[in-house]
Design a binder for this molecule. Sequence first.
Ligand SMILES: C[S@@+](CC[C@H](N)C(=O)[O-])C[C@H]1O[C@@H](n2cnc3c(N)ncnc32)[C@H](O)[C@@H]1O
Length: 253
Amino acid sequence: MTGTDLKKTFGFFSVSPEERRRRIRALFDAVAARYDLMNDLMSFGIHRLWKRRFVSRVVQSLPQGGIVIDLAGGTGDVARLIKRRRADAEVILVDPSVAMMREGRARHPKCLEHVFMVAAEGEALPFADDSVDAITVSFGLRNMTDPDAALDEMFRVLKPGGRLHCLEFSTPQWWLKPFYDLYSFFIIPRLGAWVAKRPEAYRYLVESIRRFPGQKALARKMRVAGFSDVSWRNLSFGIAAMHEGRKLAAGGQ
Ligand SMILES: C[S@@+](CC[C@H](N)C(=O)[O-])C[C@H]1O[C@@H](n2cnc3c(N)ncnc32)[C@H](O)[C@@H]1O
């Protein structure tokens, strides 16, 4: 939803940015152990196909030996896939939730063995200017306290010529909306109650998707942060979308 200052919301509630940050942090710490299972159940496993397609795009433009930050990397789905496709890449998973990262390491010790993990937030990345080749952020931007500030930070740490790849829930095509809404508002919170014992966490998920900018509005935000050649591709009729943008090198290359 455009016109809404996301940093003052938690789902459909209005809260202070500090409260938003606190609640989102507590939420992911609480669901960490059930996060992967819930993703599989809620999406019938489709999130795995989306992530595979997303990573195919990412590795296409990644230079040999390139450095990639998987921001809001959670339990490491995207970081693992990148490392599997490109063993030469240096992959750094960044997430403020140690519980999510710990869960990923415990579940996939071998695949994440060579992935660095850093506890930090997208709004204050502990990396130098112009230092990384690509940033991936999968279902993460929506959960940041201040997505606009995080986009500015991503732009800062990318090398000239580097790319931001964002996979996020978006606005589905009109004909799908009634079914999607029914499923989202009635089934997902019940699944969250049953499997994760956290209905409120999954109510937040559904509401935060409704509040997040759609395809065009997110592209606009990326351009405002400085990205060029911004484009997107819909997945599953717009339920999710992959956005991409480039930080131009000096001279506009
Ligand atoms: C829905 S999960 C996505 C995890 C993973 N990328 C995936 O696709 O499965 C969102 C993640 O965003 C993280 N997160 C929340 N606030 C953040 C912030 N300010 N900066 C970076 N990550 C944040 C959470 O801890 C959580 O792991």
